[in-house]
Design a protein around this ligand. Structure first.
Ligand SMILES: Cc1cc2nc3c(=O)[nH]c(=O)nc-3n(C[C@H](O)[C@H](O)[C@H](O)COP(=O)(O)OP(=O)(O)OC[C@H]3O[C@@H](n4cnc5c(N)ncnc54)[C@H](O)[C@@H]3O)c2cc1C
Length: 410
């Protein structure tokens, strides 16, 4: 028996685990993988998340991790760069997006959480479904290295991502928003003579290629409509190299580094959202409640902010139940959705609009997408985008108390 059982050790689950444990709430996080290494799913840490790390006293340790700081996001169209966001315009302590391998970020949060006696992280443990009792969700069924078992808890938090097993088990079906895209990731080496351009997306001739400067290599992606990856496979690596060289000319001398289709990794990007994020004893957060596409790199920040809002709303009622045995007040769960719904809807709306007026038009190839031009013509648009990408529509702040140092497991 524990107070909170969290399914999924991604940004939402691990951050919530830390926040609850540091306030004295007993929490178990179940993660199906053996470690935090996984396919590329977003290495962006936004100014708002950096602020949260600062509030948790982790900013210094975070900045000791190998990272790159990206101050601007740009689009190159017709050979001309247009900055759509410049974080230096924000009045914040950390006016940049930090790029850190997600496993380093999660390791940092998990190692901090492990200092608190109430925190338990069970790796290689897959949640199979929920345990129901007296009309409530009363825990989870899981499979670990030693076989299947149950954990009972006052609250189950489903932070198990966009293919959530808990969502499936309770029959919650998210509403699909917009089209699904195929996103293909790959790496290519970086040279000192390459442009110094942070994160830049190049658009041309029906193609989109994005590049993030990782100092020794470029983390590249290209987006296509659903099924586009199959076409890439049919056309072969030669054709892919030619498209890359044509769209990103400074890489033309090294496209041969992509030796076969095995060097390309496909991930599917979708946007969806549950109408209701909670049931008695159960709360969905992060991608399990609202899957985000890679556009503007909102997803990790939103997942972390969900965790902060959840802890802010639930620590007091959870501690009350843990310490006195009183029944948990499920109405607090609705308060989490109420707080996060508008910011989620707006963020997904922006992703969808970018897809419609930027990505779709660029992939169509019939003309240049109108969206980047807006940033040239209308100066406040850049400030607004910097704010929305950097801080989100409603930044959350850590309001939960930390337990005293002597209560920690050092
Ligand atoms: C192709 C692509 C690229 C993206 N790029 C970016 C980006 O650059 N920046 C950005 O901010 N966002 C990006 N996103 C979105 C971002 O990945 C998500 O929004 C974010 O990871 C959500 O965090 P989460 O913790 O809710 O879920 P996840 O990160 O999906 O974490 C869920 C965790 O639960 C675990 N899990 C799943 N099922 C179970 C189970 N049954 N039992 C136990 N554990 C389970 C998983 O292993 C995982 O660790 C991208 C998304 C896609 C699809």
């Amino acid at each position: 028996m524990t107070t909170v059982c969290i399914a999924g050790g991604g940004p939402a689950g691990v951050m919530l685990g830390l926040l609850l444990a540091r306030s004295g709430v007993d929490v178990v996080v179940l993660e199906k993988h053996a470690d935090f290494h996984r396919d590329f799913r977003g290495d962006t840490v936004h100014p708002a998340t950096l602020q949260i790390l600062d509030e948790l006293g982790l900013a210094e340790r975070f900045h000791e991790l190998p990272h790159q700081r990206v101050h601007t996001i740009g689009v190159v169209q017709d050979g001309k760069r247009i900055d759509i966001a410049d974080f230096r315009r924000l009045r914040v302590r950390y006016p940049y997006m930090a790029f850190v391998p997600q496993w380093d970020f999660l390791d940092l949060i998990a190692s901090e959480a492990a200092r608190y006696p109430g925190f338990r992280l069970m790796m290689s443990t897959e949640v199979l479904g929920v345990v129901r009792e007296n009309g409530r969700i009363a825990g989870v069924r899981a499979r670990g290295p030693e076989g299947e078992f149950e954990i009972r808890s006052t609250l189950v938090v489903a932070a198990d991502g966009r293919h959530s097993a808990i969502r499936r088990d309770v029959g919650a079906v998210p509403r699909k928003i917009g089209k699904t895209l195929d996103v293909i990731f790959f790496r290519i080496s970086r040279r000192d003579t390459d442009p110094d351009e942070g994160l830049c997306v190049r658009v041309g001739d029906g193609k989109i290629f994005g590049a993030t400067d990782r100092r020794t290599y470029w983390q590249m992606f290209t987006e296509t409509p659903k099924g586009g990856y199959e076409k890439v496979c049919r056309d072969g690596i030669e054709a892919f190299r030619a498209d890359l060289a044509a769209t990103v000319p400074f890489l033309a001398d090294r496209v041969h580094e992509l030796s076969s289709l095995d060097d390309l990794k496909l991930l599917e990007a979708r946007i969806d959202r549950l109408d209701t994020w909670h049931a008695p004893g159960l709360l969905f957060i992060g991608d399990a409640a609202h899957a985000m596409s890679p556009v503007a790199g909102f997803g990790v920040n939103l997942a972390v902010q969900d965790a902060v809002a959840t802890a802010n709303a639930l620590v007091a009622p959870l501690l009350n139940t843990q310490l006195t045995g009183a029944a948990f007040d499920d109405s607090a769960l609705a308060a989490v959705q109420k707080r996060r719904r508008l910011t989620t809807t707006l963020s997904q709306g922006l992703q969808r609009a970018t897809q419609r007026f930027g990505i779709d038009e660029a992939l169509d190839g019939s003309g240049q997408p109108p969206a980047p031009k807006l940033f040239e013509k209308f100066a406040p648009a850049q400030w607004l985008m910097s704010r929305v990408i950097g801080l989100g529509f409603r930044p959350e702040h850590v309001r939960t108390p930390g337990t005293k140092q002597h209560e920690r497991r050092i």
